[in-house]
Design a protein around this ligand. Sequence first.
Ligand code: UDX
Length: 432
Amino acid sequence: MKLTIIGTGYVGLVTGTCFAEAGHHVICVDKDAEKVKMLKAGGMPIYEPGLEELVKKNVAAGRLSFTSSTDEGVANSDVIFIAVPTPAHADGSVDLSFIESVSREIAGAMTAYKIVVDKSTVPVKTGEKVAETIKRYCKAKVDFDVVSNPEFLREGFAVDDFMKPDRVVIGVTSQRPVKAMQEVYAPYKAPIIVTDINSAELIKHAANSFLALKISYINAISILCERSGANVQEVANGMGMDVRIGRKFLDASLGFGGSCFPKDLSAFIQISETLGYDFNLLKEVQRINADQMDRFVKKILETLWVLKGKKLGVLGLAFKQNTDDVRMSPAIDLCQRLQKEGAALRVYDPQAMEKAKAVLKNVTYVEDMNAVAEGCDALIIATEWPEFKKLDLEKARKALTHPILFDGRNLFDPAEMEKLGFLYKSIGRGKA
Ligand code: UDX
């Protein structure tokens, strides 16, 4: 099929590339001419495992191209996907100005029937607004259908998630676009749910808020574990074996971050308010998340007492493993709090150092994870990169002025760490 994707961010670029990989002909549109130039020259604006190879392969095969012209994209495709950012306003509500302007641009370029698919995360009832806008600005007065098709991609695993989705959600107002949408997704052999647009839009916010709730739930349990001497990983394993619960997203941590969960939670609370419902449960999810970071900083302060004049090593800057994304990263938040307390920082991340440099100043960026501990008073793990499990602990112990390790991601075994001579403090495992 001939598809156009508007927006080449994490979602748009992965979506376009994975559609091309499945055999569709895809045009990716971005109004940022520099980005388009970079992509045309074989450069990658983001790090996402497996993506670069797929972009190269599909460009070479003639199935994937880039342009900054929406008109070109609309003219040459049957289905147009909107994958532009939906950032948050200061009050947490969603800024839909990109969705609105792209809807107008599509409307202005349409000369025949098109299916306009919203992939960006939007408040329920946005599809209705998109349809109204297209109708208003469509000069040719042609038929069109608006479809909601939310993305469920995790950064760091986005290509895999796209190729093997648990489900594909398609929200429609008529049967006309259903066949084409089923064809678009046929190569992935995933269950396809066809529903109304409002339900499709709600599914996205409801799912992400539920996942955030799951993390806050286990983080609250981690407090009880610390107070009782239990182990949160054992509790999560025991809970997770109940198939109704599942083990995923039950890893206690210094809190969730990223460009989705915090934003989607705030948005969903706002959306609920607009609909006349006070979603207190989700406010508590936010509170537990903020509290988890406070407790971790407190743990560091209680152990090291005064941070002024002390040097700390921090492993991890990305908001989670497998990504270079530092937006709303708990690791960056932690670093900034430690700096405020007067600590000097030596930091390392396998992928996120370049992006971190724009937001985290006055720290020493170290190129080798095994060199971070050099001369530090303690080492801190802030992101769950699997390679941190291979840290040379013996070297770190000798390099630290005192062998203290704060683990915000529970990567090591407390008993082993004690045996190695570390004062080791993690999340929800034994008395903290
Ligand atoms: C999320 C959703 O998973 C995805 O379906 C959606 O469409 C976009 O938002 P993403 O933000 O890329 O994806 O990351 P995810 O893997 O969900 O992790 C989010 C945050 O939660 C990270 O900071 C991660 O470290 C944290 N997390 C995750 C935990 O603290 N514990 C867990 O058990 C799982």
